[in-house]
Design a protein around this ligand. Structure first.
Ligand SMILES: NC(=O)C1=CN([C@@H]2O[C@H](COP(=O)(O)OP(=O)(O)OC[C@H]3O[C@@H](n4cnc5c(N)ncnc54)[C@H](OP(=O)(O)O)[C@@H]3O)[C@@H](O)[C@H]2O)C=CC1
Ligand SMILES: O=C1O[C@H](COP(=O)(O)O)[C@@H](O)[C@H](O)[C@H]1O
Length: 591
């Protein structure tokens, strides 16, 4: 197992990736060993067993873990008690992992598609470049299109890039990586074709313990066909099998529940990795670090000091080529129900008892279950219309050939949400998401209350809002965290302003990894913290389904806004109803 993977070598610090293995105080070599083990055999379950062993406890394991432990340490499986294993010598396991004989195959189903080309293959290459993939790995593309291995490699090679800050041996590394990519053409509903794939996978795996990750990068209507065929015909017999499922996870509570039921006919919950790529973004990961590792923030994190929280997503382009998909979902399902709501849950959750996946997800579910039902009057929807600027005409949403001319699908939405719990009672969480707006960005903006009896109010003029503290977590672009504080303008008078921001997050000269890199690595390691559990998903749909139904049944017409504008004015009225002024992504503090 290569130890130069950033995550591993960062083990000496406080990286969540190492702490989460359940042994926070362990020295860094232990963390690296654990990661090695995890990729070598049964993911974090073995690591958890090893961590348990380190604490001298007796761990109960399931068959997958047992197989994995058997494969790396057969003597550790006690005679006659196959499901009750005592792992008493943690160090042995670590050294065994170092010359492990396991392999991971990542099968990208839908390899000919947009997401595979744009995100998945490049992320896998970046992991390879950083030495984060296990020693023995193979990548398979699977789709109906006819392609040879060489053609797949050619297609993939066109999208691979090296990091700006790491270019050493880049071409060489690309060549090595491409040699480990293969292609299998097949139908999505053919057990036979997946059996053929299985044969090819076995040829690559040889006698090693085989671990298999399937990435469903395909339209949702064929998820179940693939899961059925893959689980029947090409799941691993002696290692783990995991499936990454892309959004959309249904389009309402019922269809989502049906999808979950369907998946669970063939997989157990632990094998299902529902991806929300916003959870893999650096600044979303940093949100918990900011809150829980800095004493200065946590005491302020409640209705007592926070006036409102804004979660803003904005794109400066339209649906471009994805109109067919988008029209069936709309911006509320595409962005709010998943990406923004997930951020809200992390922002608002109570302190989890540990950084283990289940502890974090338990806290997120509690937030989602405490949300006040969404009211139609707390929602504004919009749709972009054609606009001509500087001699260029930008299309309307309904100019997209795959979109019906009379479509009422929102490309913009703003909503006021509330959490009915003691911490957040009465605090508006305002969400805003839109396509074809004036700028591209995503941020979390926390506006604090006014200072009681503010001695300096005269020095600010009449607008007290401009003098309240604001914490901004800019998710993208130019990732940053900054705090707006009041200052005296230098000079003999007493005039204050908030121009000086305190940057709470130093700039690192490192290029930030793409969200898909982190999430793919997590899935390979069996780390579920950043993936959506089925009860989280149910709670998210429970919140949005009644609203979505009402919008559709009442055929509520979206407010039209010009392509490239700031969106419908209705969003400002909605914010004003709760005494909020939206932050502006474009006017302040750029790197
Ligand atoms: N693209 C993106 O930016 C994002 C995509 N997603 C999700 O990821 C998944 C993949 O997205 P994307 O790559 O854009 O999807 P594509 O539409 O590009 O589809 C991927 C592949 O699936 C096959 N396919 C397409 N339509 C059908 C169909 N009707 N029946 C059977 N097979 C079909 C095609 O392969 P072939 O014909 O060779 O079999 C295609 O190359 C989707 O679930 C999407 O919602 C999520 C976030 C962002
Ligand atoms: O999930 C989705 O996300 C993208 C935006 O992702 P980003 O990482 O580029 O911010 C969005 O364009 C797409 O509509 C949606 O399906």
């Amino acid at each position: 197992m290569a130890l130069s993977c950033m995550r591993c070598s960062a083990g000496a610090g406080n990286g969540a990736g190492s702490v989460r293995r359940g042994a926070p105080a362990a020295p860094s070599f232990v963390r690296c060993g654990l990661r090695g083990l995890a990729t070598a055999a049964a993911g974090c379950r073995v690591a958890a067993a090893a961590a348990a062993a380190a604490k001298g406890v007796k761990g109960a394991m399931d068959a997958g873990v047992e197989n994995a432990v058997r494969s790396v340490a057969p003597s550790k499986v006690e005679n006659g008690s196959p499901s009750e294993i005592i792992v008493d010598d943690f160090q042995d396991l670590i050294s065994l992992s170092e010359n492990d004989e396991s392999t991971v195959t990542i099968t990208v189903v839908g390899a000919s598609g947009d997401l595979a080309k744009k995100k998945i293959f490049p992320a896998l290459f970046a992991l390879y470049y950083e030495d984060c993939l296990p020693k023995h790995f193979t990548i398979f593309g699977y789709a109906r299109s006819n392609m040879t291995d060489a053609e797949l490699r050619n297609m993939v090679s066109r999208t691979l890039t090296c990091r700006i800050d790491k270019r050493e041996n880049c071409n060489e590394k690309m060549e090595e990586f491409l040699k480990r990519c293969f292609y299998h053409s097949g139908q999505y509903d053919s057990e036979e074709h997946f059996r053929d794939l299985d044969k090819k996978l076995k040829q690559h795996e040889g006698s090693r313990v085989s671990n298999r990750l399937f990435y469903l990068s395909i339209p949702p209507n064929i998820f179940l066909d693939v899961v059925k065929c893959a689980s029947i015909s090409s799941s691993s017999v002696n290692g783990w099998t995991r499936v990454i499922v892309e959004k959309p996870f249904g389009r309402d509570s019922d269809s989502s529940a049906a999808l979950t039921r369907g998946l669970k006919q063939y997989l157990v919950e632990d094998q299902i990795f529902r991806i929300d790529h916003y959870l893999g973004k650096e600044l979303v990961e940093n949100l918990s670090v900011l809150r829980f590792s800095n004493l200065v923030f946590e005491p302020l994190w409640s209705r007592q000091y926070i006036r409102n929280v804004q979660l803003i997503f904005s794109e400066d382009f339209g649906t471009e080529g994805r109109g067919g998909y988008f029209d069936r979902y709309g911006i509320i399902r595409d962005i709010m129900q998943n990406h923004l709501l997930q951020i809200l849950a992390i922002f608002a959750m109570e302190t989890p008892i540990s950084l283990e996946a289940e502890d974090i997800r338990n806290e997120k579910v509690k937030v989602l279950c405490s949300m006040k039902p969404l009211q139609l009057e707390d929602v504004v929807i919009g749709q972009y219309k054609s606009h001509t600027k500087g001699g260029t005409t930008y299309p309307a949403y309904t100019d997209d050939k795959t979109v019906p001319k009379d479509s009422l699908t929102p490309t913009f939405a703003a909503a006021a949400l509330f959490i009915n719990n003691a911490r957040w009672d009465g605090v508006p969480f305002l969400m805003k998401a839109g396509k074809a707006l004036h700028t591209k960005g995503a941020e979390i903006r926390v506006q604090f209350r006014h200072v009681p009896g503010n001695l300096y109010k005269r020095s600010f003029g009449t607008d007290l809002d401009t003098s309240t503290n604001e914490l901004v977590i800019r998710v993208q672009p130019d990732e940053a965290i900054y705090l707006k504080i009041n200052n005296k303008i230098p000079g003999l008078g007493m005039r204050l302003d908030r121009k000086t921001d305190v940057e709470t997050c130093p700039r690192y000269s490192k290029e930030i990894p793409d969200a898909y890199e982190r999430l793919l690595l997590d899935a390979i390691e069996g780390e579920r913290r950043l993936f959506i559990r089925s009860d989280e998903l149910d709670a998210a749909w429970e919140l949005f389904t009644p609203l979505l139904k009402e919008l559709e049944e009442k055929r509520i017409a979206p407010e039209l806004y010009p392509y490239g504008s700031r969106g419908p004015v209705g969003a400002h009225y909605l914010a004003a109803k709760y005494n909020v002024r939206w932050g502006d992504l474009t006017t302040e503090h750029k790197a």
